[in-house]
Design a protein around this ligand. Structure first.
Ligand code: GLU
Length: 230
């Protein structure tokens, strides 16, 4: 179980995520990656190896945008490869996830999704969860007064056996990150016109002590100026 950082606000997301991941390095990890949402598209940079190598990759191939999620992985399912590093994308790239923990029933989940035509590019348990979120997102009605993104994450999590701390992006919801936890820590750091998500208080570099500790089983919708725990 390793590190998560999420950022939404006025600053360039990658400039907050990379230092945040560096602050989580002390926990140990084997791979690192970030996903940033910009102009209706989720871009991912990820790599087996050190955060420093990810930072070099991002210098060579920058990703702009003010909403993003980052991860340091400690592999439990699948080898230490670039493909198995997080973030993982679901469906046709409409959702992206970073995950700490273990999805114990991922084989059943994956078999169900393969039958429905979903494809997989990693050996991780996490990719089954992000595709299940994409599956629920596709099924969820658009205008029933509920937040379609939140509902799809909530419904997918009902099927999970195991542990998770997750942060999720959706390309149709550029002003929002959904975070949730069960058996794996997750906190929200509240700033001025910016908010962060992290698995560990040491990753937060906000000039604030306003920190919310999500309780086990809680889900939060986080935007740059607000947060709602559900
Ligand atoms: N089970 C996931 C994987 O192996 C997440 C591991 C972690 O918590 O870093 O990719």
């Amino acid at each position: 179980m390793c590190g998560i950082v999420g950022y939404i606000g006025v600053r360039e997301a990658s400039r907050v995520l990379i230092p945040g991941l560096k602050r989580l390095e002390y926990r140990g990890y084997d791979s690192a990656g970030i996903a940033v949402l910009h102009d209706g598209k989720v871009s991912v940079r990820k790599k087996a190896g050190r955060v420093q190598e990810l930072a070099s990759l991002i210098r060579a191939l920058p990703i702009g945008g003010h909403v993003g999620i980052g991860h340091t992985r400690w592999a439990t399912h699948g080898e230490t490869t670039d493909e198995n590093s997080h973030p993982h994308l679901g469906g046709n790239g409409e959702v992206a996830i970073v995950h700490n923990g273990v999805i114990e029933n991922y084989v059943n989940m994956k078999n169900f999704l393969l039958q429905k035509g979903y494809t997989f590019s990693s050996q991780t348990d996490t990719e089954a969860l992000v595709n299940l979120i994409a599956y629920h997102y596709a099924k969820e009605p658009e205008n029933n007064g509920k937040n379609r993104f939140v509902e799809s994450v909530r419904k997918a999590l009902l099927h999970v056996q195991g542990t998770y701390g997750i942060a999720v992006l959706c390309k149709d919801h550029p002003g929002e990150i959904v975070a949730a936890r069960k058996g794996s820590p997750l906190i929200i750091g509240l700033g001025d016109n910016e908010n962060l998500i992290a698995s560990d208080a040491s990753a937060l570099a906000l000039k604030t002590s306003r920190v919310i500790y999500l309780k086990d089983g809680e889900l939060a919708l986080v935007s740059d100026r607000s947060h709602r725990v559900i």
